[in-house]
Write a protein that binds this ligand. Structure first.
Ligand SMILES: CC(=O)SCCNC(=O)CCNC(=O)[C@H](O)C(C)(C)COP(=O)(O)OP(=O)(O)OC[C@H]1O[C@@H](n2cnc3c(N)ncnc32)[C@H](O)[C@@H]1OP(=O)(O)O
Ligand SMILES: CC(C)C(=O)C(=O)O
Length: 567
């Protein structure tokens, strides 16, 4: 029988809570953030951070604005102990930052923890023991009272340890580890027993941290558990309620967000969600979620790339290109309809940059995280004319008329399919030049002259190579019409201009005007061409000539007389 057998598992029980209130709430401010990168994140690494890596990470967390940072488990390893000593002795802890350290509820470990903290101005001593039925039975071999006694003894040792260093401002934190798998009545009972030792009502700062050590239920169930706990805890008003969620079901952020609605004051997590198994709650994601709702996240996340760089260096982990808010690809659009909408959205914002951010497919302004618009639109075989136009416009200042963008986009798509991948802006430009701008030498216009005769224009055009110039002359209602007539008169070429657009160009394009023409010949062949020129007439005439040349017209002209060749 296959081991992939759902009957080995059971549904997580829901919380009976007819007075559930959190679904109707919204967040009004960011919670207190506590980074556990240097502890929970670190303990999950293949190679835990060395002191230098921890220091670089600590410095980043401080600059990002974290006011509470769990810096390690100093009783567990020498590097953790040394790191805590180093930041205390070398004065790395800013006046508004409180460090936190973790310890099991064991006397020798708690003693060693205080030895590491000697001389610190402020610290949170975080003691934990697991409380759920499975661990009570299988790990501790104890009943509820036995496990409660571990917590109470731990609380007493923490209190006694702190009393040796009255010059330090201590906060005590207790975690009923695996809270979300613990019976709620029992979780309240054990926390109240710890509170009875610490006496927060008498002024001792106390945090009760409620972990989803292994995420086992949907986030609404966790929110119910938090609201239930807050409703039933005696002395709730004297303690801070913290949550510490893991991502086993992929919902750590959702669980923490709902927990805040349900009454949590504080949230523990890590950068990019590094941590045991599938990781801890990702503070970056949650803080950006808060930010994108118009609330101050109380963290500086604008240094996006520096955060990923330090994270990668310190942990050896990588950031997924799809990581919420910070991944390399999250502000890129490859697909045609998204690109089209982004381009229109960006254009819509022009002149109203202070307005609320409302651009399709971009939940925030990428510039907020130091990301540029340049990267937003990227081209592959899924892209359409909007994206191709956007890239040419953005990187080369070239705006194509819709019909021509369609033609170029088809070429780009074909090449992209052939090379099965992304096409750079440079390649798009090269394809544009190759297919539309380059013109055969015999269809190059050398000079032109226009004369007005009544309501008609007479165009004289010299084309071909300097060695073999050809002259054409014709009459029409405008320059292009006169040129078309000249081709009929002088070369017997009947060309119809199907599409034509011209416009002046902005600075930086190396030309003053651009014209785009699509012509069809009597043979049924047609082609499009683009020409850049010193003025719009020059660009217009050349674009028509180039398009006719591309369509395959053959020109046989008589040599011009000397008088006809213009100076
Ligand atoms: C969910 C979390 O992330 S909790 C944090 C987990 N992090 C870590 O464990 C990283 C650091 N830990 C370590 O390096 C080691 O565990 C040390 C150094 C702290 C302790 O090591 P050891 O003494 O060898 O023991 P170990 O961790 O295996 O502990 C097992 C013993 O402690 C008991 N124990 C485990 N957790 C706790 C606790 N929180 N409080 C009290 N006792 C505990 C176990 O029941 C077991 O007891 P037993 O020896 O009577 O069977
Ligand atoms: C120590 C506790 C808070 C913990 O890391 C967890 O339960 O995941």
């Amino acid at each position: 029988m296959s081991s992939f057998n759902h009957r080995r598992y059971q549904a997580f029980p829901t919380v009976h809570k007819p007075d559930r209130r959190w679904p109707n709430r919204r967040m009004h401010h960011a919670p207190i953030w506590t980074s556990v990168d240097l502890r929970d994140g670190n303990q999950a690494l293949v190679s835990p951070m060395n002191v230098a890596q921890k220091l670089e990470m600590f410095d980043l967390l401080v600059r990002m604005g974290f006011k509470e940072i769990e810096v390690g488990f100093p009783a567990a390893s020498q590097p953790d102990f040394d790191f805590v000593r180093k930041i205390i002795e070398e004065g790395h802890i800013p006046g508004d930052v409180t460090i936190q350290v973790l310890t099991q509820a064991r006397e020798n470990l708690i003693e060693r923890t205080y030895a590491a903290l000697k001389g610190v101005e402020r610290a949170i001593v975080h003691v934990y023991n697991s409380t759920n039925p499975v661990q009570r039975e299988q790990v501790f071999g104890l009943d509820k009272e036995g496990v409660k006694a571990i917590a109470v003894r731990g609380a007493e040792w923490v209190k006694a340890g702190a009393a040796q260093f009255p010059e330090t401002r201590w906060t005590f934190q207790y975690s009923p580890e695996s809270f979300s798998n613990t019976e709620l009545e029992y979780a309240v009972d054990i926390c109240e027993a710890v509170m009875a030792v610490w006496q927060p009502e008498a002024g001792q700062a106390v945090i009760l941290n409620l972990p989803a050590t292994v995420e086992s239920a949907m986030p609404n169930v966790f929110a119910d558990q938090i609201e239930w706990f807050c409703d039933h805890l005696r002395g709730r008003e004297h303690v801070k309620i913290s949550v510490h969620t893991h991502n086993d079901r992929g919902c750590a952020v959702a669980a923490a967000e709902l927990a805040v609605l349900a009454g949590a004051d504080r949230v523990e997590g890590t950068l990019f969600g590094n941590g045991e198994r599938t990781g801890n709650m990702d503070i970056l994601t949650m803080a950006m979620n808060v930010y994108s709702q118009g609330l101050d996240p109380r963290l500086d996340l604008s240094m996006g790339s520096e955060i990923s760089d330090v994270y990668t260096r310190s942990t050896g982990m990588t950031v997924s290109p799809r990581h919420p808010w910070f991944g390399e690809l999250v502000y890129s659009a490859f697909s045609g309809s998204h690109q089209d909408a982004i381009r229109k959205g960006m254009q819509h914002r022009q002149g109203q940059e202070q307005a609320l951010w409302e651009v399709p497919y971009l939940p925030i302004d990428p510039a907020d995280l130091g990301r540029s618009y340049e990267a937003v639109v990227r081209i592959n075989s899924q892209s359409g004319k909007g994206g191709v136009s956007h890239v040419l416009e953005r990187d080369y200042g070239i705006s194509l008329p819709r019909w021509l963008a369609q033609e170029l986009s088809a070429i780009v798509q074909q090449v992209s399919e052939q090379q099965s991948g992304e096409i750079s802006a440079k390649q798009i430009h090269a394809l544009f030049v190759e297919h539309f701008v380059q013109s055969r030498e015999d269809w190059q216009m050398r000079r032109y002259r226009l004369q007005r005769e009544g309501d008609k224009v007479i165009a004289s055009v010299v084309m071909g190579s300097d060695a073999h110039p050809r002259i054409l002359q014709g009459k029409g209602s405008g320059a292009v019409g006169a040129l078309v007539d000249a081709l009929i008169q002088g070369a017997g070429i009947y060309a119809e201009v199907e599409q034509f657009d011209q416009h002046a160009l902005g600075a930086g394009t190396g030309a003053r005007a651009m014209a785009c023409a699509r012509v069809s010949l009597e043979s049924g062949r047609s082609a499009s061409a683009v020409s850049f020129g010193e003025d719009t007439t020059e660009a217009a005439l050349q674009s028509v000539l180039s398009a006719i040349g591309k369509a395959g017209a053959v020109i046989h002209l008589q040599q011009p007389s000397k008088a006809a060749v213009m100076k």
